[in-house]
Write a protein that binds this ligand. Sequence first.
Ligand code: GLN
Ligand code: ZN
Length: 748
Amino acid sequence: MTTTIIGFPRIGEQRELKYTTEKYFRHEMNAEELEAFGKSLRQKHWNLIKDSGVDTIPSNDFSFYDTTLDTAFLLNLVPEVLATIELSDLDKYFALARGYQGEKGDIKARPMKKWFNTNYHYIAPKIELNTDIQLVGTKIFDEYVEAKELGIETRPVILGPYSLLHLSELDEGVNRQAVIEAFVVAYKAVFTRLTTLGAEWIQLDEPALVKDLTSDEIAEFEGIYQSLLADETIKVLLQTYFGDVRDIYETLIALPFAGIGLDFIEGIQNKALVQKGFPKDKILVAGVVNGKNIWRNNYQTTLDLLTELDVKNVVLSTSCSLLHVPFTTENETFPAEIKEHFAFAKEKLTELLELNAILAGNGQDELAANQALFTKERFVKNKALSQKIANLTEKDFTRTPAFAEREVLQKAQFNLPVLPTTTIGSFPQTKEVKQTRAKFTRQEITQEAYDNYIAAQIDDWLAWQTSIDLDILVHGEFERNDMVEYFGQNLSGYLFSQNGWVQSYGTRGVKPPIIWGDVVREQAITVKWSQYAQSQTDKIVKGMLTGPVTILNWSFPREDISLRESTLQIAFAIQEEVLDLEANGIQMIQIDEAALREKLPLRKTDWYEEYLEWAIPAFRLVHNKVQAKTQIHTHMCYSEFTDIISAIDQMDADVISFEASRSNLAILDELQRQNFKTQVGPGVYDIHSPRVPSVEEITQTIETILTKVPLEKVWINPDCGLKTRGVPETRASLANMTEAVKEIRKGL
Ligand code: GLN
Ligand code: ZN
C-alpha cells in the first residue's frame, strides 16, 4: 500500500505566512519578497512531507489567501470592476479578498463564507454576465514545476468544477449551461498543460458532493465529468471530504476516474457504499486519519475498517486536507503522558506511515503502543455532572415568561430610542493591548499593573462610545485573548496548546483549545470586568459571554463522548456565569453563538436529528433561569442563516445581531417571510475589511433593512466584533454609523 495526504497546512510552523503577508499589507515588504517567501515555504513543506516518507505529495494546496480565490483567478472569475483599477495582479487578488480603498479606487471585498462544516472561510467567486471564463492563470503550473525542480513529483490539487460552480455566485441572467461548458474547456486546458509539464495525476476536490443532491444536480455533475474525462490521459483523482457520497456513489464509480477519495471519518456511510462494490481498475484513496481533530488515530479501529472495506487498490490518506489541524505537537509543552494522545498535521504523516507498516506486517510495536494508549484512563470522570445531564427535562430548556411578554416589559424597562445602537463586543486589540497581555503572561508586570491597564482601556472606550452617542455600551473585551480560550481557561477539562494555530481566513488563525475532560466552571469568568465597566457609566453596558455551542465548535472536541453531552456540560458552566452576571447588576447579557452553524450537518436531512435538536436547547439551558427583565442578546457571524431562521428564533433570545453586510442582506427577506420574533441587529457594515463605510452607505443599508424588518424590532450595529481592526478605522466607521442613525431618526 502507499500513502498520501490531500493538503497540508500552509501557514507554516510558526505562522510565518501570516506574519510575512501582513508585512506586505503594511507595505513593509515588496511583492518579489513576498513571492520569494511563499516559494521557500512551499519548498520547506514539500520536503517535510517527502522526508516523512509519505508517497504522493500534493501541490497547489498553498495559497496566499484562499485556494477558492486562487481557482477564481486561475479561470478569470473576477468582477469586471477589477479590470478598471490599476493594481498589480497580486494586489487585485488581495483587493478581492480584503477590499481596497486608496488612491487607485475603491473595491469591496467579495463575500467570505464558511467552508462547508469547518471554521475555514473561502472567498466566494462571482460570475457576471460579461465574465469571460478561461484559463488565464499559471499558479497551479508554476507550483507543479517548482516542486519538480526540487526533485519532487507532485499531484496538483484544484477545486473541481462542480464544487466551484456550487460555491460561485452567478449574476442574474448568467446562463448556467454556458458556464459549465466554459468550465469544461478551461479545466481541459489545465489538464493539457499539466500533462505537457509531465504531471501524471491531478486531484479535483469536490466536497459539494457530500451534501444532499437532487437528481438534477447528479445529472449536472455527470454531464460535466463526462465531457471533462472524455479522451483524457491525465489521471483524475476525484476527492471528496467532510461526509459521505451516498447520493452519487453509483455515478462516481461508473465514471472514468482513476481514483476516488472518500472520507471514512465523517462519512460514516461511505464504508457501506464501498462494501457494495468498488471497481478493480480504480484506486481508493481512503481517508482514515482524521484531518479535523487532534487525537491520535486508533490503529486497530482503522485496520478493522480497511479489512472490512476489502478493496484491492487502496492508498492510505487523511479524511480531509490537514489545513484544519495545527502544524505539529513538537513545539508544545504538554507533559509526555498528555502529548502522546495528540497528533497534529506532521504527526498524522507518521500515523499514515505506521499504519502502512503495520499493514505490511512490520509495525507490531507501534500497534501495541497505540493499543495501550487507547486503554488508558485519561482522567477521573465527573459522575455528578453526567447525572445532572441525564436528569434534564423540557422545563430546563424553557424560559418564562414567553418572548412577547418579556418584550413589552423590557421596552418599558430600558426605554431606548428607536434603532438602538450598539457594537458586538470587542474593540481593537492593538499591539499595545496584546503586548501588555503578553508581558502579564510572562509575569513581567504585576496583576495590579495589568488590571490598571485594562481598566484604563475600558474607561477610554466607554468615554468614546458615550461621545458618539452609542446607546448600549460594551467594555471592549480587552482582557480576552480569544472568545473561546478565555472561557476555557476558567473551565476545568480544558487544555491549551502553545502554537496550535489553524487558518480561519486569509492571514487570520484560531487556536482552538482542546476539551480533554469533563467541563465545570471553576470560578467567575467575566463578572469582574463587566461589573467594573457598568460601575463607570449611567448607560447600560452589555455583559459578554460565549455560548456553549460556539465554545464546543471552536474547540477540538473529545471523541470519547458525544458532542451533545460535551455541549451540555459547557452549557451548565455558562448558565452559572449568566446568573452570576445578573446577580451583579448586569441587565443585558450577550451570549455569542458565532459558530452555531459550524457543525450543522451538511445534509439538510440530518440537520434536526443530528444537531439542532440538541444545539438549540443547549443555548436555552444557558439563559432559562434569568429574570424576565434581563435582556438576553446573541450574535452570529460568517455564515448563512436563511435556512435555519426558525431554529434561531427558537433560541428564544431577546435580541440577535448577525453578519449581513457581505451577504447583501439576503437574510432579511427570510426574516420577513418567517415572521421572526426576536429583535434583530443585521450588521450594517463589514468589519472584516479595513474599509470605512460612509454615512450615506450606512444610511442606505439601514433604509433597506427597514423595508423588510419592522422598525421596533431593529437594532443597529456592525456585523461582528472589532478586535481585528485598527483604532482609526473603527472610530471613523462607528461614528458614521451613529451619525447615520441620527439622521434617520430625524426623518421618522
Ligand atoms: N463578542 C465577540 C467580539 O466582539 C464576538 C466575536 C465573533 O462573533 N466572532 O469579538
Ligand atoms: Zn461575529
